[in-house]
Design a protein around this ligand. Structure first.
Ligand code: ATP
Ligand code: ZN
Length: 291
């Protein structure tokens, strides 16, 4: 058990694929802390929370047991550990798939073809429930790593492993066959912390900030000048400018228009705006949106 100082804690991965995005999310929530991979605790100077940096595989148990009140963890690890925690919100990063891959020349075409085969994996729990759902009887060979090598070493016939692009599978003479789980990072909480009035208030404050930064993600704030008589036309050409703020400028006949635009249509919108008479277009990132 870790020594605690009575402050609330959020556990994040110490050093890996989730680390950078987890730290960025907490900073986007306005939490001020100095993150150092070698130190276990990083206290927040402006929020009642300490950041606890540990191995990601330990996070489900630590949150379940109350060593940490909150945690950021991949759904793949959370499900595999079957930890009893409260899932607060998916976070939109750390995306990956748990997939079954088979040797290039394998005759496996449909899920029932997996009957009687040996499947090598480090995810026996998730795989077991997938096979049960599909009424398939395979032998699960529990491995601790280097899963891709299992078929060539004849330890297993096929494998079930995390895949992001499929190129690794190819390198080992395998082809991806089917998806067992689509995973992303999630924010989870200890069940007792959710029931504790004081802790719950802090969790709720953090959640408003998380949702605010998610809401702002992929959006830009747009400001431009335009002739007052072009406003109707600007609104028509750009559907995302549903209810822009329109402010008269000192120069008669000119207005300033402010609006929020989604990142993916942003360049399209800019080109159309210019054509419709807008000038001096300024684009700024949005940190948060509180509704
Ligand atoms: P270790 O525990 O030794 O640090 P790990 O494999 O658990 O290794 P990472 O490779 O950093 O740690 O992965 C952490 C999480 O990132 C995974 O559990 C998964 O949720 C997510 N993830 C996103 N993309 C990938 C990917 N391409 N491969 C593996 N995990 C990925
Ligand atoms: Zn891990």
């Amino acid at each position: 058990m870790l020594a605690t100082n009575g402050r609330m804690k959020i556990a994040i991965q110490r050093n890996g694929r989730l680390t950078e995005d987890s730290v960025a999310l907490l900073r986007a929530c306005g939490l001020s802390f100095e993150f150092q991979k070698q130190s276990l605790y990083s206290p927040c100077s402006n929020f009642d929370l300490d950041v606890l940096a540990i191995r990601d595989d330990d996070i489900p148990e630590y949150v379940q047991d109350g060593v940490a009140d909150l945690g950021i963890i991949g759904e793949n690890v959370l499900l595999e550990r079957s930890a009893r925690v409260h899932q607060l919100v998916p976070l939109g990063f750390g995306g990956c798939k748990l997939m079954i891959s088979v040797p290039q020349r394998s005759a496996v075409r449909k899920i029932s073809d997996l009957n009687g085969l040996r499947i090598g994996t480090t995810y026996p729990t998730i795989l077991k429930s997938f096979l049960k759902d599909h009424k398939v009887r395979s032998e699960i060979v529990e491995l601790s790593g280097s899963v891709e090598l299992a078929p060539s070493l004849n330890v297993a016939d096929v494998i079930c492993d995390i895949v992001s692009t499929g190129t690794t599978a190819k390198m080992y003479g395998l082809r991806t066959f089917c998806t067992v789980l689509e995973s992303q990072a999630v924010l989870v909480a200890n069940l007792a912390s959710m029931r504790d009035k004081k802790k719950r208030a802090i969790i709720d404050r953090l959640m408003i900030r998380v949702q605010g930064s998610q809401e702002a993600g992929g959006k830009r704030y747009l400001m431009m000048n335009a002739p007052a008589n072009s406003v109707a036309r600007l609104k028509r050409v750009i559907p995302s400018l549903k209810s822009p703020t329109v402010v008269p400028l000192a120069e008669t006949g000119m207005v300033a228009i402010h609006s929020v635009v989604a990142e993916d249509v942003f360049w399209d919108v800019m080109e159309k705006l210019k054509k419709a008479g807008a000038s001096d277009i300024i684009v700024v990132p949005i940190e948060t949106i509180i509704r």
